[in-house]
Design a protein around this ligand. Sequence first.
Ligand SMILES: [Zn+2]
Length: 307
Amino acid sequence: MLYRLPNWFLSLFLYVALLFSSCFNKSVDGKFTILTTTGMLGDAIKNIVKEDAEVVSLMGPGIDPHTYQTTHKDVQKLIHADMIFYNGLYLEGKMTDLLEKMAKTRKVYAASDALHKTQLIYEDIFPIGIDPHIWFDVRLWKQVVAFISQKLQEARPESAAYYEENTIAYLKTLALLHQEVTAQMQSIPAQQRVLITAHDAFGYFGKAYDTEVVGLQGISTVAECGLKDIHRIVELILKRNIKAVFFETSVSDKSMRAVLEGCAHYGHKVKIGGCLYSDALGAAGTPAESYCGMIKANTIAIVNALK
Ligand SMILES: [Zn+2]
């Protein structure tokens, strides 16, 4: 059974637990354990450490990190992890406070620290005025991977050479992925390259791959989408004669369905371009179970629907 606990309780619990135990950061079976919030970070680390460490991600397929509530089980995992990586930029919403507190005394790192402030997208609609969805620009994600690898190598000098070798190979894979996404997106005529999604997750994708992006749910997923927003999107679709809109795996499709109804009301047929992976990886065994698979699956869906 999962208990939803208030933040103050979690902070107190963690503080007491860490105070009274000197061996809490050792995993039960002795294997070095790295905990991440998102699956995207977990996948990056698995590509660096391979079988050399245990990698655990708290937020599985379909989970929305903006509204994620820390459970009692999560606290146990946080206490037992040797290292923790989180996205940062307030992607983890309510959990951020806890992670920032832990970072003062433990090996806890925000992946977004890999980026220079000039690389970030600043928009008031996000809780701290910065778009946290940095994984959608593959070039930025390469920086994140290199940053994580450096932290892992510092923590595990005995495995540093192995991690470095794996990192170099993975960065090459990501460079190819970036080229592939660029070429695919360029195959859509510029006029039709408009991505309408459930929430504002694709800002970095749009900037990196020269695509206009419109999110229905302005601010992350926390704010409810109003009638005004739905009208705004319907008008845009009619005006630009846009062929498709997209659902997201970790966001409710309620508001986007209202957009489809709005378009139908005006006799404009819009198709559903598919369900994009926005803030979580796909389920195990599906092509989107990895970061590269997620980016590819999204790109294919977008190209097929808009081209
Ligand atoms: Zn999001």
